[in-house]
Design a protein around this ligand. Structure first.
Ligand SMILES: [Zn+2]
Length: 413
């Protein structure tokens, strides 16, 4: 290989700094779906893609698509990319680094013949900030964006209207969908958690995007005088809720891979001298295997009902959302592992606790993710960072991954 991967890794890093300048809010990085600075991002990436001789187009969902055609019209396509929108006051790497690394991989291989087409993707929306629903960009590629078009943002502007205002044509959305044979999708992304740093590893291979359940629990007991009601006579809703919080933590701590969070807790009437008559809590529970999550949730709810009953408190449970786990493609994981081994890297497997574009693309093609270590696990924060040597490691693995696929695919008719 003649490409200078060290220099290209630096280019991918510098491009993140360049793109960080395009923001809705001076002094911070904030780039929501179809905000004016999105045009600057598109212009920057378009210039880079054109310098590589790629065919660039924007699709009707605002995604940038930069394509290197395959050897023939029927050649399959390998997709690389991530998202370029951000949360408010974001870091410079969440999503964006996955795009600049994809471009760096394409640049490293620009003179290498490939038996397939390569398409670089910069998704216009993943974070769900403007519409409260994520993955607007990637959903266009799998043909499931239509159901979101009527959603309104805080100003009452629908997704369809926002596309039109930006100069896009929602009636052209069907043309954004992937057609033809897909070899797969690879997304580079910062881990946004502490696992790789704790393992002393630059990179990790994602096994699955964790499935999750979100629930609302409500306890009803009896509000009463805090001074005159002896303990055996109480029906304290908050005490029952508190036992549940501890039970959820215990269950997650003793179930490998399970995470459970009570993020909200409230009690009424809310006075220092009144026993709480009602209480509410949320539960967010996730695991990479649905059967483990479901079994843990069932056991936890059995505990919650018992803990409530013991206090004469009733409990109602409302399921707010359930999202099944999305396993990453086994074959692509094997290729990533092989590529890493060829670079002398040991890369742990880990699930992703957060959602990513790869889980949407997985509905249409084999999908894989390579995580880069997140120093201090900081993300969705302006101090989010990434180590230059980890970027180079990811680039080297990415290049070998594509070369490995080329050697494999090239052997086929
Ligand atoms: Zn992201």
């Amino acid at each position: 290989m003649t490409a200078d991967l060290t220099a290209l890794a630096r280019r991918a890093l510098l491009a993140c700094a360049d793109l960080a300048r395009f923001t809705e809010t001076p002094g911070e990085i904030t780039r929501t779906f179809l905000c004016p600075p999105s045009r600057d991002v598109t212009a920057y990436l378009t210039a880079w893609a054109q310098a590589l001789g790629l065919n660039v187009r924007g699709d009707a969902a605002g995604n940038l698509r930069a394509r290197r055609e395959g050897p023939g019209p029927d050649a399959p396509t390998l997709y690389l990319g991530s998202h370029v929108d951000t949360v408010p006051n974001a870091g410079a790497y969440d999503g964006v680094l996955g795009v600049t690394l994809a471009f760096a991989v394409a640049e490293a291989l620009r003179d290498a013949p490939l038996p397939f087409a390569l398409e670089l993707l910069a998704f216009s929306e993943e974070e769900g900030v403007r519409y409260g629903v994520p993955f607007i960009g990637s959903r266009a590629l799998v043909g499931t964006l239509d159901e979101l078009l009527p959603l309104a943002d805080a100003q009452g502007i629908s997704v369809a209207e926002a596309l039109s205002i930006y100069g896009l044509d929602p009636t052209e959305l069907p043309e954004a969908a992937v057609t033809g044979q897909s070899l797969g999708f690879l997304e580079f992304h910062i881990e946004q958690g502490p696992v790789l740093q704790a393992a002393g590893a630059s990179l990790g291979i994602v096994t699955a995007i964790a499935g999750q359940s979100r629930l609302l629990l409500e306890w009803t007991g009896q509000a009463a005088h805090a001074g005159t009601t002896p303990m055996p006579h109480r029906r304290d809703a908050l005490a029952a809720a508190a036992r549940f919080v501890v039970a959820a933590e215990d269950r997650a701590r003793t179930t490998p891979g399970l995470v459970a969070t009570v993020g909200m807790l409230s009690a009424q009437p809310g006075a220092i001298n009144v026993i709480p008559g009602t209480a509410q809590a949320t539960l967010d529970i996730r695991h990479e295997r649905d059967e483990v999550r479901q079994a843990a949730l069932a056991a936890l709810l059995t505990d919650a009902h018992r803990l409530a009953r013991e206090r004469g408190v009733s409990l109602t449970v409302t399921e707010k959302m359930t999202q099944p786990a999305v396993p990453m493609d086994g074959g692509l994981q094997t290729r990533l592992r092989r590529a890493a081994a060829e670079e002398g890297l040991s890369v742990p497997d880990l699930p992703s606790g957060a959602g990513h574009d790869a889980m949407i693309l997985a509905g249409r093609m084999p999908a894989a993710m390579l995580f880069l270590r997140s120093p201090n696990a900081l993300s969705h924060h302006p101090d989010e960072t990434v180590m230059p040597e980890d970027i180079e490691a990811a680039l080297r693995v990415g290049v070998r991954f594509v070369q490995g696929l080329a050697a494999h695919t090239g052997g086929q008719p």
